[in-house]
Design a protein. Structure first.
Length: 87
């Protein structure tokens, strides 16, 4: 079983929202998945990228291959400043 990290489309028609999921490479894009590890919302400016870093690192360490888009989103999330709670 080859595990990949890829986007699963959700949301309404013309308003996509994506979940970053760990899934078997043979499963369909929006089919069953092992675990959701993040989300991507391209509908807002700037687009919102969220990851559960602990689980993302777990899957990367166990050999899961990220898709090109997910790899780019990981780079974007790594460059983004960490949000701090308001005082």
């Amino acid at each position: 079983m080859a595990v990949v990290l890829r986007l699963a489309r959700a949301g309404a028609k013309k308003k996509p929202y994506y979940h970053v999921v760990a899934t078997d490479s043979r499963n369909p894009r929006d089919g069953k998945f092992i675990e959701a590890v993040g989300a991507y919302d391209p509908n807002i400016t700037p687009p919102k990228v969220e990851f559960n870093e602990e689980r993302l690192n777990y899957w990367l360490k166990t050999g899961a291959t990220p898709s090109e888009t997910v790899a780019d989103l990981i780079k974007v999330a790594a460059k983004a400043p960490k949000s701090t709670p308001a005082a």
